[in-house]
Design a protein around this ligand. Structure first.
Ligand code: NAP
Length: 481
């Protein structure tokens, strides 16, 4: 019997009222993994109320206790690595070797948060810089905002939830979490882990149900102080329109580029292998997947030859198998959408070098060339195992080509010319630049986020904490004596 998962409200696991539920299926074989409740409006209200009550405790909860709960969470995630990785793979279709990497990262994210919980500093203000500030002492401290609403996508069901919950708890906030409808079971397991780690009741509430109903109800609720959202640009934009006076962090999509200069001075195959990984890991369903490869004209033919050979060696199959590189896309509809975009590009002149076929949700790694900047496969976020290879000759021109995009998350730049690296660092319109590696690179304490339609704000535990806290200013007047 598939398991019936429950909502987490005020420290209790509760069923849906009227037993209304949604099915969670394995995208590889459609096996039913379990059902999740469709929370009602009343349950959304109960969850927010419980987070409001719990905030009365967490706002005064000492840092060393917050740190300890986060450290315990990190340890339990490590202990339950195999089970968590299996859950991620079963509900998301992510190859198990990548799912294990995600679990390691989530454990580290909580560890970083346990450390950052002890570093919420304010500063002293030199009041006498103004004549009217003489004989006064001013300082600031950081206070939690209140209730943080976290809305998360399907593709990193553990670590992207961790990136919202861990800093929120580290800084004394409470949380209402709405995980993706495709991958909610991992988040529910994280809820169990946090309770085991000693989290007081009501601090973390987990609501499942469709984004358009309960996600929307959460977004509009005036008791919520901040929304931290990771997902598509269209949903993110809708949230900004309905959220009212709340702080908002949006981690959205991209069509990430990598630029590969001539004469790098290392084996081209090393770069090819990293680019193949960055283009096709988790079937391209990563916000910093490589979608655009700009390779110097002098090495373009050789690069393409080696790239295609390496792609042809990728192993597709059951994502639970340790040697699988390519598993399914999240749904068959997403695979159909991918095929349509490629076929449209072909009708506009693009050439397929390998791939472009699928069986249900299993899409073959696809490489395109002869593309133009206007084609959807280049201009829009593919979020699929599809990459386009383009040539360039001039460094300033290629930077302009990269910037000719409505997105700007990470960019990768391979060059051994420090002037070019600095020029790229200064002129690329993105949130993060990775020199001599692919854009598909993130560790969990760096400031991470986008510009343009890739988002607003930064995550990475320390930076998320800044966005989940507010400065309070205090001034002591000694003129009174
Ligand atoms: P999505 O369709 O935008 O969904 C994200 C979350 O929003 C889900 O929990 C969804 O719930 C919820 N939602 C949907 N409609 C809503 C509404 N009207 N109000 C409130 N919430 C709503 O994104 P996805 O397909 O899961 O994830 C893929 C996208 O995430 C890609 O664009 C990718 O680039 C982006 N992403 C960005 C980053 C980053 O750090 N920049 C990282 C990972 C992914 P349901 O599941 O119930 O629909």
């Amino acid at each position: 019997m598939p398991k019936k998962y429950k909502l987490l409200i005020n420290g209790e696991w509760v069923r849906a009222i009227r037993e209304s539920s949604l099915q969670v299926r394995n995208p590889y074989n459609q096996e039913l993994l379990g059902t999740i409740p469709k929370a009602t409006r009343q349950q959304v209200d109960n969850a927010i109320q419980s987070a409001q009550e719990a905030f009365k405790i967490t706002k005064n909860f000492p840092a060393h206790k917050r740190a300890l709960i986060l450290e315990h969470t990190s340890d339990i995630i490590k202990e339950r690595k195999e089970e968590l990785a299996q859950t991620i793979t079963l509900e998301s279709g992510k190859p198990i070797k990548l799912a294990k990497g995600e679990v390691d990262r989530a454990s580290e994210t909580f560890k970083f948060a346990s450390e950052e919980a002890k570093r919420l500093y304010g500063e002293t203000i030199p009041m006498d810089a103004s004549a009217k500030g003489e004989n006064r002492i001013g300082f600031t401290f950081r206070e939690p905002l209140g209730i943080i609403a976290a809305i998360t996508p399907f593709n990193f069901p553990l670590n992207l939830v961790a990136h919202k919950i861990a800093p929120a708890i580290a800084s004394g906030n409470t949380i209402v979490l709405k995980p993706s409808t495709y991958t909610p079971i991992t988040a529910i397991k994280l809820g169990e882990i946090m309770i085991e780690a000693g989290l007081p009741q009501g601090v973390l509430n987990i609501l499942t149900g469709t984004g358009s109903t309960i996600g929307d109800a959460i977004v509009r609720d005036t008791r919520i102080s901040k929304i931290t959202f990771t997902g598509s640009a269209s949903v993110g934009l809708g949230i900004t329109e309905r959220a009212g006076l709340k702080r908002i962090t949006l981690e959205l999509g991209s069509n990430s580029p990598v630029i590969i200069d001539k004469d790098i001075g290392v084996s081209l195959q090393k770069i090819v292998e990293r680019c193949v990984f960055g283009s096709f890991a988790y079937s391209g369903q990563v916000c910093i997947s490589i979608q655009r490869i700009y390779v110097h004209q002098n090495i373009k033919d050789q690069f393409i030859k080696q790239f295609l050979k390496t792609v042809s060696e990728l192993k597709s199959g059951n994502p639970l198998d340790e040697d699988t590189d390519i598993g399914p896309m999240i749904t068959k509809q997403e695979a159909n959408r991918t095929k349509q975009w490629i076929d449209k590009a072909i009708s506009e002149g693009a050439k397929v070098l390998i791939g472009n076929s699928h069986k249900d949700s299993m899409f073959k790694p696809t490489v395109l060339t002869n593309v133009t900047p206007e084609m959807k496969v280049v201009a829009r976020e593919m979020f699929a195992p599809v990459v386009s290879i383009m040539g360039f000759e001039d460094w300033e021109q290629v930077i302009k080509k990269v910037n000719n995009s409505k997105y700007g998350l990470n960019a990768g730049v391979y060059t051994n010319d420090v002037k070019k690296a600095l020029y790229a660092s200064k002129n690329l319109e993105v949130g993060g630049i990775i020199i001599n590696d692919i854009p598909t690179y993130r560790v969990d304490h760096i400031p991470y986020g986008g510009v343009k339609e890739s988002g607003i704000g930064r995550e990475g535990v320390k930076y998320a904490i800044q966005e989940m806290t507010q400065l309070k200013f205090v001034c002591f007047n000694s003129n009174i004596y």
